[in-house]
Design a protein around this ligand. Structure first.
Ligand SMILES: Cc1cc2nc3c(=O)[nH]c(=O)nc-3n(C[C@H](O)[C@H](O)[C@H](O)COP(=O)(O)OP(=O)(O)OC[C@H]3O[C@@H](n4cnc5c(N)ncnc54)[C@H](O)[C@@H]3O)c2cc1C
Length: 353
């Protein structure tokens, strides 16, 4: 099979690309390993069943008729093709004229570990949820960035009902290290009011079967340890031979074109633009490529895009959230909870507009 545009990955970056190509009547194919996109920003809520399962996913097979459910196994840019495996286990080679790599992230696990769980996608959220409701008594969330804080907050929300002890550990002196100090303090307070113990300033050395060993030799243990200590780009990018940054993201020019192969574009968490790996950046990049790819590949002039970090809203449980808009404005409380909800809904408009 040969297609003009092949989009690898149907997530926050890939979906807006494909939608816009579809609107322009282009010959494209979008490939994703599941029939749906997991709305990653809602994963902490999916873990505890705080939202309906179908509200945490977006069906791709109904959004696109040019959709292939298959796992990309290798990108071979020198031969303009990718190898994919379909759900029946059959391998196919798909050729392209132009490729968009939008395969997203994977956990950046860099220390000895065994038996770690990751909040990664819908199936992994279900797996964690099953265990939480089964027989667990204690959970440690490793990593106090926004993923760890939201996950610990959601599990903390359950703790009074099902008698769970929840601990969040972070190496930096305070959780949410990239946010302003008042947002950090408010998030800590909200977590503690949900019964979550917050341990900061202690770096994790290893995690083995629920036993967390810190650099200073101390240990704590729980029935389940969850990884939230960082992400990197899909390893397929590095394996394909692209020049990458320290997070395995392919180096690109200002139009998201690979510096190695001029018929390959990269968006979202796989794109080495130096920006944070965030859904809001992925969506902006996806919208840019979807709109401009046909012109870019014809060699027409296109305005240099600016992909902007607009701030972050972090929900802690159900009734608290902290929002940091730009570098300076922070607020918390129900307004921040509402804002988080609205940002989630805006994605459905972003795909189309
Ligand atoms: C728990 C959590 C909460 C987050 N909350 C926020 C938030 O509130 N705000 C924010 O801005 N960002 C948030 N992020 C970050 C955000 O989710 C990512 O930056 C965003 O998903 C990146 O978009 P992407 O399109 O590059 O990757 P993704 O959205 O991950 O899309 C990649 C797609 O590729 C598919 N795929 C992967 N490998 C293969 C393969 N081999 N073959 C076929 N398909 C494959 C995946 O299934 C997925 O559908 C959060 C991340 C996590 C983990």
């Amino acid at each position: 099979m040969k297609k003009r545009f092949v989009i690898l990955g149907g997530g926050y970056a890939g979906v807006p690309v494909a939608y816009r190509l579809m609107q322009q009547g282009e010959d494209f194919l979008i490939i994703n390993n599941r029939r749906y996109q997991t709305l990653t920003a809602l994963l902490p809520d999916l873990v505890t069943g705080n939202i309906k399962d179908e509200d945490g996913i977006l069906w791709l097979n109904t959004l696109f008729d040019k959709f292939l459910c298959a796992t990309v196994e290798a990108i071979i840019p020198k031969e303009n093709r990718v190898l994919v495996r379909d759900p029946q286990g059959v391998q196919h080679s798909i050729e392209y004229e132009y490729c968009v790599i939008a395969l997203g992230w994977e956990p950046n696990i860099f220390l000895p570990q065994k038996g770690l769980f990751c909040v990664r996608d819908y199936p992994s959220a279900l797996e964690i949820r099953k265990r939480l409701f089964d027989h667990l008594k204690s959970v440690i969330v490793c990593g106090g960035g926004f993923v760890g804080v939201e996950t610990a907050g959601q599990i903390g929300r359950l703790s009074s009902h099902i008698g769970l002890e929840v601990t969040l550990v972070e190496a930096a002196p305070e959780i949410l290290p990239t946010l302003p100090e008042d947002a950090q303090k408010e998030a800590r307070r909200a977590l503690q009011s949900l019964g979550v113990e917050v341990i900061t300033g202690r770096a994790v050395k290893s995690v083995v079967d629920g036993v967390v060993l810190f650099e200073n030799g101390e240990t704590i243990r729980a029935d389940m340890a969850i990884w939230a200590m960082g992400v990197r780009a899909s390893r397929l990018v590095e394996e394909a031979g692209f020049s990458v940054d320290r997070l395995g993201r392919a180096l690109v020019d200002q139009y998201l074109r690979s510096v190695d192969f001029e018929n390959v574009f990269v968006a979202g968490d796989c794109a080495g633009t130096g920006q944070q790996m965030l859904g809001q950046i992925a969506v902006q990049q996806g919208k840019f490529l979807g709109t401009n790819l046909p012109r870019l590949v014809r060699g027409e002039k296109v305005k240099v895009p600016e992909f902007q970090y607009k701030g972050l809203t972090v929900k802690v449980g159900d009734k608290a959230a902290v929002a940091a808009i730009g570098e300076t404005i922070t607020f918390s409380g129900l307004l921040a909870v509402w804002l988080k909800k609205m940002i989630g809904k805006k994605y459905f408009l972003d795909i189309r507009l």
